[in-house]
Ligand binder design. Sequence first.
Ligand SMILES: *Cc1c(COP(=O)(O)O)cnc(C)c1O
Length: 631
Amino acid sequence: MKWDISDSLEEYQIHRWASDFLSINQEGDLCIHPLGDLKSTPLSIMKIVNEVRSKKVKLPVVLRFHDLLHTQVKKCNDYFFKTIEQSGFQGSYFGVYPIKVNQLREVVEEIVDAGKAYNYGLEAGSKAELLSILAYNDNPKALSILNGYKDKEYLKLACLGKKLGRNIVIVVEKPGELDLALEVMQEMQVECDLGIRAKLNTESSGPWKDSSGDKAKFGLSFHEIYNCIEKLKSHHKEHLFKLLHFHVGSQIPDIRSIKECLLEGARLYAELKKLGLPIEYFDAGGGVGINYGGLKSTTGSSTNYDLKDYVSDVVYILKDVCDQAQVAHPHIVNEAGRVIAAKHSCVVTQVFADDEMEDKRIEIEITQDTHHLVKNMAELENDLSLSNYLDVYYDALMIKQESIHAFKLGVLSLKEKAYLETSFQYICERILMMTKNLKYVPQEIKELETELTANRFVNLSIFQSAPDTWAINQMLPVLPLEGHHKKPDYYCRLADITCDSDGKFKEFPGPSGPRPYLPLHGKKEIIGIFLTGAYQDVMGDMHNLFGRLNEVHIFVDENDPDQYYIEEIIPGNRCADVLKIMQYNPKEMCAKIKKTVDCRIKSGDIPSRKGVELTDFYEKMIYSYTYLNID
Ligand SMILES: *Cc1c(COP(=O)(O)O)cnc(C)c1O
């Protein structure tokens, strides 16, 4: 069958989860469009990787396309401003980027820069994040929204921000915070605007659906909001209540639950306005999903809507509710983070085979004393044909299971057990071959194909680079960077290089939904893991002491012959860096090794020259990259 690049787009579902930023060129290279539409400048990712490797930078690397951050900020703002204009909505839009999604300084700077023209702000959820946004959100018109649990120090920092002229809103997340905020503002002699986070009754959907409803960790129930208003009034501070906030969870798959939550939130806003409160901002939180699985449905890490649909729902639902209640239209705020950051980075690394020993079948001589399980299996092998393959399969499966028992009882030797393993494998492979072109193949035989796919390894740690695939079974698209003009002929499962059995990719987007294996063009290939820019980049840990990755920052430059330039390469962690975090002292470690080697030299166990070589090698390794050196 002929294969062309459109088949590859379908095979990996690229046109579904990356419809505006990935394509394949005539040479079969995967290309990224950092300006966010397929008509704009395409950059071959493999070409960039080759340049990076020519500078002696080792894989795995994170490629960061700053233009894609720019693009997403622009898209989100443009959608809002356009929809507001078309609908006749009276308020404006003041979005904020929640920096917990990716707090890397360069990412935050890029987003602030892209958002300048729109007065796009930042959101913090902790003291360290607040320190960051105080320093970087210097546009006095853009909002600085302060969520998360707060102590006195946090609130003092907020007041400091107000004194610097920032547009600060302190969002009260639990009732007690109001007292503390009023106290600190009094002490600091400054007034900050206040917001209240509501705990909506409407249940959201998706992995974080418990962020709304009765079980939610954050937010004030309606009676708590009522009490807060009373308290504000008693302190003559109700003029500070400027923002109503709710956030009903991240990666919401279903637009219907977004609509329901918006409706409840909008109704709450209208009621609060009717009480005469001076609320100016309606903050719909984050939660806009990314279509990781590409399915246009609510399953398989997918979403049944896109950013444009979301924006339109926010504006029109809010407008309708306000008009019906005859209250003023507020300014719209949202805190979508994932949809801003997810696309801008990918991880590039090698897939490699366990340089397997040739997988030889174990031969066995059948004699009178041979165990009957072995004899029976040998007979099945002989009898296998197209007319009895299903019976043979089930009999072989039974023998395989019985052999476990027999081995434990001591009636089966290691060689016999080994024979049964390879013989079962052989029978399965032959069944697959003979049924390949049949019209009807039973489900259990079809599944054999997946069972028999080989394990391949990928030079990275899931726990560092793709933690959500482990933590919440989030699917991330993985695919080769080149060769897309050829049919992939090699199916494999993908495991990482940690010593953790959980360190593997369980699912990949495929033409008929998620599948457990990845099609490749050979045993070794360079692949990209995409949509890692939100959360994955910054939530990873150092399981097995695999550290942060080498990072490459890339910008589009239409005047450059290659249409891009590498602005910066940030080296990832060396072994010494991750050891230091765990309280080791690399210098001391080297000294310890040297001392031991010196002793061995003295006692004549190691020649002096060899000893120096060993010490040098240890030292070199302690300052090397934590990942496999297999380039
Ligand atoms: C995490 C969080 C966000 C961002 O959510 P996304 O799903 O990334 O859009 C926004 N607001 C608050 C309060 C959050 O906790």
